[in-house]
Design a protein around this ligand. Structure first.
Ligand code: HEM
Length: 105
């Protein structure tokens, strides 16, 4: 029902995850879909005892993504012919002015 949490440990810190589980809307700084106050479907999550939320956050933070997988924050190291060809085919020219290729950072 929610986001895929596979690889979340490569995107979010354990502190972030724990804070989110307690107080989702403040952490997102926006309205959430399912986490938050009742009657939202995942409202029960913030009522789970703090000790258990801590353990869940530690567990989730250990779910690291393989570099280059669809849930990884960064692409694989080095040049990839595949990524170059996808960018060449799908990225409109205007994106090249608007966005920076994070592989060149
Ligand atoms: C113990 C149970 C659950 C845990 C530990 C959990 C954990 C999380 C975490 C850590 C995120 C943040 C992901 C991110 O932004 O990187 C998230 C987001 C989300 N989860 Fe869950 N979740 C639980 C139950 C549920 C349930 C039951 C639903 C739906 C019925 C749900 C729906 C969502 C949605 C839609 C989001 C995006 C934020 C929002 O709009 O609410 N989750 N969840």
């Amino acid at each position: 029902m929610g986001l895929s949490l596979d690889g979340i440990g490569s995107k979010r810190s354990v502190e972030w995850i724990e804070k989110f589980l307690h107080d989702p809307e403040n952490v997102y700084g926006a309205q959430t879909l399912d986490h938050g106050m009742a009657p939202k479907e995942a409202a029960y999550v913030s009522r789970i005892p703090a000790e258990n939320l801590h353990l869940i956050a530690v567990f989730l933070s250990e779910l690291r993504a393989d570099p280059g997988s669809s849930v990884a924050k960064r692409p694989p190291e080095g040049r990839s012919e595949f990524i170059d060809s996808m960018i060449g085919t799908w990225a409109p020219d205007s994106w090249k002015e608007k966005y920076q290729d994070i592989r060149e950072k």
